[in-house]
Design a protein around this ligand. Structure first.
Ligand code: PA5
Length: 429
């Protein structure tokens, strides 16, 4: 992953060095957390990529549950219990068993899933279900699981063999799974949803989908090596956090992740949750009311150049942008149709799709430069397991460092818990 910033982010090497000194104690803490197999701190997610025991457990269970008749894996979870998996799945488009996602309360989706299940079982196929909830009590997830399990029960006597639960040990969901003899994979207490993509939460469905989870972890370890380092000059997460924080202080209270590859749209949505839920806080770490936060946006190039780009360029100067592009994705040369057609946009003649996209990207970045708008650029070599994991891990560390600079707790979500509680109270009448 290539990261560039200095010239365009409005910070100087001296700013970065100062922040490096401010954050050096925290970086040391993160390095210790990454080596701590007991998952003892709030930052425990940084240990996940080197947890070989976890990877072995996930792989063993996936092997046991895979069969030639498996047609679909239903991922039942919401927020952090689903978005990381979806980000990786959508970026890599793996060729294993297809995943479907249940992350909202939606009648049509449930009805369609049940008729799909009936059709699959009629044709002697099977469906597998992974119910994922750290708390084990999220209403949407428990509701979707009830509808889908009920359907599964009507189709096979061995419905228990077609479910794996992923939850915090000792949650009510974990108790249910144990009572039923359904395998339960752990979501460690100190790894919250949005930080859990490299835990069993993401690994189990992804390995069934055909993703190489060892390579996934390898990419994340590579990002950690770079992003937990004291070497400011090479620490992309530190540089990026400092640039965003610097821009915030000058009024850029929104952060736009501008991905120039539609396959990264769900990675963008994952980032949106990470930034929104980790940094949007009513109180700071000292308990003072601050209403802090960076409002995350996701835009897709080139589609959104014809949608919100006018606003991004001409509107309020309240945004910081991270451009993300993928270097190599294969190519298609632009064919000729006939003389008249080819004369409509003659600049396309003898060009390829990548050449056109590169020109669009360069033009977009240039217009930001011309207006002196703050941004950083991230270049991903190719969309494979290692690179996507490297990017996600970079974003997680960047968010932790940014929270530290903003003096907010990146790991709680009191207002989300508040809505969950009110929903249950309303349902109980
Ligand atoms: O990141 C988070 O903590 C949240 O988005 C949770 O993942 C989400 O609310 C779902 O919670 P749970 O996994 O407990 O069902």
């Amino acid at each position: 992953m290539r990261f560039s910033y200095l010239e365009t982010s409005h910070i100087t090497e001296r700013d970065a060095a100062r922040a490096g000194r401010e954050l050096s104690g925290y970086l040391e803490h993160l390095r210790l957390a990454s080596a701590d197999a007991s998952y003892g701190s709030s930052e425990s997610c940084v240990h996940l990529p080197s947890d070989e025991t976890l990877r072995a457990e996930v792989s063993r269970l996936a092997k046991e549950k895979s069969s030639r008749t498996l047609r679909e894996v239903m991922v039942v979870g919401i927020g952090g219990s689903n978005l990381g998996t979806r980000a990786v799945y959508d970026a890599l488009k793996p060729s294993g068993i297809p995943l479907s996602f249940f992350d909202t309360a939606h009648v049509r989706l449930l009805k369609e899933a049940c008729s799909r299940m009936r059709a699959i079982y009629r044709e002697k196929g099977e469906v597998f279900m992974n119910v994922i909830s750290k708390s084990g009590t999220t209403s949407e997830t428990m509701m979707n699981a009830r509808v889908l399990i009920d359907c599964l029960k009507s189709l096979t006597k061995d419905w228990r063999g077609s479910i794996v639960v992923t939850t915090e040990p000792q949650s009510l969901l974990d108790h249910w799974a144990r009572a039923q003899g359904v395998p339960s994979l752990p979501n460690p207490a100190n790894v919250g949803g949005r930080w859990s993509v490299f835990s069993a939460v993401g690994l189990f469905p992804l390995v069934l989908a055909g993703v190489d989870i060892k390579k996934l972890h390898k990419g994340a370890v590579r990002a950690s090596r770079r992003c937990l380092s004291d070497d400011v000059e090479h620490n992309a997460a530190l540089q990026s956090a400092v640039a965003i924080h610097h821009a915030m202080k000058k009024g850029a209270v929104m952060h736009n992740l501008f991905v120039f590859d539609a396959d990264l749209e769900w990675a963008g949505k994952w980032c949106r949750q990470l930034v929104g839920e980790s940094l949007g806080k009513e109180r700071d770490v000292h308990g003072r009311i601050v209403h802090a936060g960076v409002t995350p946006l996701v835009t897709i190039g080139s589609t959104d150049l014809h949608s919100v780009f006018q606003l991004l360029l001409g509107g309020p100067e309240d945004k910081f942008t991270t451009f993300v592009r993928v270097r190599s994705k294969g190519d298609v040369s632009i064919p000729r149709v006939d003389e008249q057609f080819d004369a409509i946009v003659p600049e396309l003649n003898k060009k390829s799709v990548t050449e056109v996209m590169d020109a669009i990207y360069a033009g977009t970045v240039q217009s930001f430069k011309d207006r002196n708008l703050p941004f950083v650029e991230v270049e991903i070599a190719r969309l494979d397991e290692e690179s996507i994991a490297e990017f996600l891990q970079f974003k997680m560390v960047e968010t932790m460092l940014l929270a530290r600079l903003m003096h907010v707790n990146a790991f709680d979500q009191p207002n989300v818990e508040e809505y969950k509680k009110i929903t249950r109270e309303l349902l109980s009448g």
